[in-house]
Design a protein. Sequence first.
Length: 241
Amino acid sequence: MRYLLAVFVCLSLAAHAQLDRIGGYMGKTSPSIKDDVRRTSSNPFKARVSRDVFIRDILPEVKGSYGATEDGRVIQTARYALDVYGQWRLAPITTGMHEIRIKQRFKDGLYLAYGSKYLHNGNAIAVELPGPAVADGSTIHRKLNPSRRIHRYLTVTGAESNIPIYVADPIPTAATEDDLTRAFDAGQAFEIIRPADFPCVKCKGSKREKYKSGTFMLTRPCSACNGTGKTKADALWSVSQ
């Protein structure tokens, strides 16, 4: 029994040492690299690339996260964000949008809806939604613009009610390769995920680690980064011409 316990302890210590060496979740220094990576979500690395590199390497990756408006502008419709597991995921951009719940359709393109307390104090509104019909009970996110018009309708109790009409911005269509290339030529930057160098979590970029030999403390090349002082991790980049 004591032998099995000793083996278990040795294996646990070895696993801990290995995870600490590679910056695993048990390592005391691992959060630092995660914090460095997370900071790129608000302050991405910047790089300039040629038109040929953009068309060959960048364009295929950004096609799904940018849209084109009716006036020809290319706008970002989805953005990379870190999930709870530290992985980059594309998420729709909802900044500046209202969450609205569709109650019923009055007629084609006009709906009875409710928003948050910040939208008409949470009371009923009429929303003009261009495009395909939206099902009753749907929750959608749209940018809304108030109009000076009023919609008059009968409630379920038979009472007449006047509610303001809001106009939703059209949903951007999927940007084509020509749209994206034209925006790149005009100087627009695009966000992508690529590896980046960060300071090693073990040696903090010093390239050396300390170890004990008898009564002496010596140094040697860091075993985590092989003496480079750096470690690679996927980060957010902003690339332009």
